[in-house]
Design a protein around this ligand. Sequence first.
Ligand code: ADP
Length: 616
Amino acid sequence: MNKLSLKDILKINFRGLKLIHNRNKASIPLEIADALLITLSSYWNFWFLARLIDHVSISAPSSVLITDTVLIVGGDFLLRTLKCIIDHLIYYDGSSLWEDTNLYLNRKLVSMDYEYMESEKIQNQKRNIDEMVNTRDGGGMNFLFWRIIGVVSYTLNIVISVVYMIQIISTGRSFFSDNTFKSILLSTLFIAIIIFLVLISMKRVKHLKEMIFHENELLIPYNREMRWYTNNCLEKEAFGKSIRLFHQQPLLENHLKALLTAGSKILICREKLEEKTQRITDLLQAGLVSLVYLYLGIMAIKGLLSPGDVILYAGSITIFASYFSEWIYVLTELMTNTAYVKAYFDFLDIPNKKYEGVLPVEKRDDDQFELEFRNVSFKYPGCKEYVLKDFSIRFRIGERLAVVGKNGSGKTTFIKLLCRLYDPTEGEILLNGINIKKYDYKEYLNLFSVIFQDFKLISLPLGENVSASIEYDKEKAIKSLIKAGMDDTLKEFDKGLNTILFTEFDTQGIDVSGGEAQKIAIARALYHDTPFIILDEPTSALDPLAEYEIYSKFDQLVGTKTAVYISHRLSSCQFCNDIIVIDQGKLIQRGSHEELVKDQNNLYYQLWSAQAQYYQ
Ligand code: ADP
């Protein structure tokens, strides 16, 4: 944990409060009102009880005593009722803050440059924030929200009680025959003791909280692994089979036990320090409180205080005693929580590196968009090796381009660059002669429908999956599904487009097969009706013949659009009259199948011969 200066602590928490305030302008006023009510409730009864007792001791008229009693009972009831109402409002605001802060994080995650998505460092940064919120004694924005009330109300209570206690000390000036100097000295000494006590306690609690922050960081990998085992491994059918068949129960149990032991070792250390810190703060506080009680007792015996004063002062000492350690904790927690709030904002502040162009993409009914890779070289961020090297290619409009090559040769990377998920390290990609960076990114992306190898469908209604939207053209969605070969399956779905995919979150959902999922993904591409359609081996789990069937059928659906087919299986792309072969990031051959297969010294022929056994 990097040490934060007081200025940073204030700045970060102020930003946190601003975020809380901006999402609901009533939040902070409500919290302050709640804090004031807590303070007022603490003192209300003491004030009026002291008044009542003094009035009784001087035999005041019964109307005065009745007024005092009504003030005590009525005031107390009113304050408690008001507090109930405010607490109710705050409770829901706290929950919605949790939703909102999560929403901002997730919004950031899906809008940040794609290269961050693939960065383990950034992914961990996000996971750590989630873990910190959930870990015991963790923190974050919600913690800041809930602690505002504590900080304000405890501070007010402590300040008022200290003022009263100083008053007790000053009242005792007759001990010194009205020697003002000695009285001031005594009050100063008292304040000095309190400040000393506060500083010692805060230092100890701060040490504890810093240790907790550090330990929470250490706990993250254990918690994450535990969660993975419980959420993914133990509950998933696929694991369930191998666990049973290979008798993996003892293996898993051992591993989980080891994780739990390692995690609790860290927690036990913390608990010991927590215990010790709490006891020290309690002891220091007990010493001070006893001294003040003693002083109060002596003054009461000497008749220097009225019975009401004794009640009031004893009350303020009680308040001091009950809030002091809480106050120290909450103040220190707020300071140490700053590190969690900072982690939250650090994530939100990650700047996007990608140049955002503004040029609109020309709307063309004839889909005559020309794309060109000009001497493009690329290496992934943080990697030394080039994945694509001096890659140049111009797409022929309305034609089919097949991209083939061994696994890992750079085919998917070529598509990622085309869609600007990454920008080239060297060279440029042009659309109608203009660098694609200059175009408005959203408009540029609207040119492509890509079905990646690892395409994903979401556990949402089928129609929303196809259209990628809440509002959509139902007829077009059904047409796309039928074109993609889902007509028979669609008839079996009682709820049609409203059928929820997968059963993870809805027992009425439908678990679609791998083949059906591919068809839905294809329907999604067709629904979007873009000038370029790209299939990046979404069929790699199928056998070569089944893949060929899907590819060639898809080709009929594409019509006059420009299509790019990627596969490491040459058979799938035979129908394309334009095939490029990529090897180790370089474009090494281009031509039709017949042309390429003639060159027996080259990779295409070698791959073709090696794979021929599958489709002869
Ligand atoms: P293909 O699609 O031909 O199988 P890829 O384009 O997926 O190949 O990968 C080309 C090379 O780039 C491989 O060596 C792969 O390990 C590497 N690579 C892919 N994605 C990343 C990434 N996000 N970070 C670093 N290296 C990557």
